[in-house]
Ligand binder design. Structure first.
Ligand code: SAH
Length: 355
């Protein structure tokens, strides 16, 4: 049975489904899920991420976390974790850069949260010198200082969408018309989680909620607040999202998210304020939300690019200049992507970020 047939049967039996249920089925279905069965990254795949654009991204993130580790008295055992590590490129670049920081790599236990068996295989290959351990849930993160990165992880978590009208909120749902998947609206229902959004929305506005992100941030922030450490959450989005940001990408082009379930990457912009509030409630401080370009510039990406450029010429030099621009320029990823830092209340935020 194809994923489309499975979804049609599920809707016939249970009625229209939320965007969250649709995302979970499409991305993580055990046999048809988009991530479950493929490596979607890179020029041959459907999308490209910052660590796949340039090694500079992971190197600078690794050094920011290593500096935090030194600032916190270099704990002699800690967890170096990544949520949704893709091909393992970011972690490999971090560890290569941090190998210059005496004691850091030796003290690190590398832990990866990854749902995709296909990507776990790729990560095992990329990180074979570092003996990573995989976990299925953040609850399995050891009780130890935690230095963590998550790049384009939270945007893959399932969201629900709600449309405001004069009578309240209606959930946007996915139903069927014959053999096609179609958009519809559920009945009006009270949404306690949306009470505050009545202040900054009007009739006709659509808002998104990512309930799955909250327990994850709560555990991560709890570990950092209790044991020390730091977290860098990098994703596209803003403090508050407004409007429909649910999107599908296939072969680097926007696609209709309902057209070919399981064949396209599905994401939504990250709403950072609820993450920051959950972190604070769990006893952890958070930085100002900072554009990726500003963050990387503060960490010295221009100097690193010059060093990498020195031996290069021709098309290699052009590619490096283009990668630097792509990561930092406000018209490219520099402004769309944001960084939120988590750190223990008595410490300073990781370098590149402000309290
Ligand atoms: N961080 C990588 C990859 C981003 S793609 C990079 O920057 O290149 C999203 C990653 O999150 C993939 O590794 C995907 O398999 C993983 N992922 C998505 N949803 C997940 C979930 N619910 N639990 C664990 N991993 C998940």
């Amino acid at each position: 049975m194809s994923l489309q047939d499975h979804l049609l049967a599920r809707i016939a039996q249970d009625g229209p489904m939320s965007v969250a249920d649709y995302m979970t089925e499409c991305l993580l279905h055990p046999t048809h899920g988009y991530y479950t069965i493929r490596d979607p990254l890179g020029t041959q795949g459907d999308f490209i991420t910052a660590p796949e654009i340039s090694q500079m991204f992971g190197e600078l993130i690794g050094l920011s976390l290593a500096q935090s580790w030194m600032d916190q008295g270099h704990p002699e055992h800690f967890v170096l974790a990544e949520l949704g590590p893709g091909r393992g490129t970011l972690m490999a670049d971090m560890l290569r850069a941090s190998s210059r920081v005496p004691g850091f790599n030796e003290a690190a236990e590398v832990v990866l949260l990854e749902a995709s068996p296909a990507l776990r295989d790729v990560q095992a290959q990329t990180l074979k010198d570092h003996i990573p351990r995989w976990i299925d849930s953040v609850a399995d993160l050891p009780e130890a200082p935690l230095f963590l990165v998550a790049n384009e992880f939270f945007d893959a978590l399932p969201i629900r969408q709600f449309l405001r009208d004069r009578d309240g909120w209606r959930e946007r749902l996915i139903g069927r018309d014959g053999t096609a998947l179609t958009w519809g609206l559920g009945p009006h229902a009270d949404q306690i989680a949306l009470k505050d959004r009545l202040n900054d929305t009007a009739d006709g506005d659509l808002v998104e909620l990512c309930a799955a992100a909250i327990p994850i941030i709560t555990v991560v922030a709890g570990r950092i607040g209790t044991h020390g450490g730091a977290g860098l959450i990098v994703d596209y989005g803003d403090w508050h999202s407004l409007g429909d940001t649910f999107q599908a990408l296939q072969a680097h082009e926007r696609a209709d998210p309902l057209a070919q379930p399981g064949q396209a990457d599905l994401t939504a912009h990250v709403d950072f304020e609820p993450l920051a509030l959950a972190a604070r409630a769990a006893g952890c401080a958070h930085s100002r939300l900072t554009p990726q370009g500003v963050f990387l510039e503060r960490l010295g990406i221009a100097t690193r690019a010059q060093a990498l450029a020195a031996p290069l010429g021709g098309s290699e030099l052009e590619a490096l200049i283009a990668a630097h621009r792509r990561l930092t320029h406000p018209d490219e990823m520099g402004n769309l992507f944001k960084v939120l830092g988590l750190y223990p209340t008595p410490s300073a935020p990781p370098p590149g970020l402000e309290p």
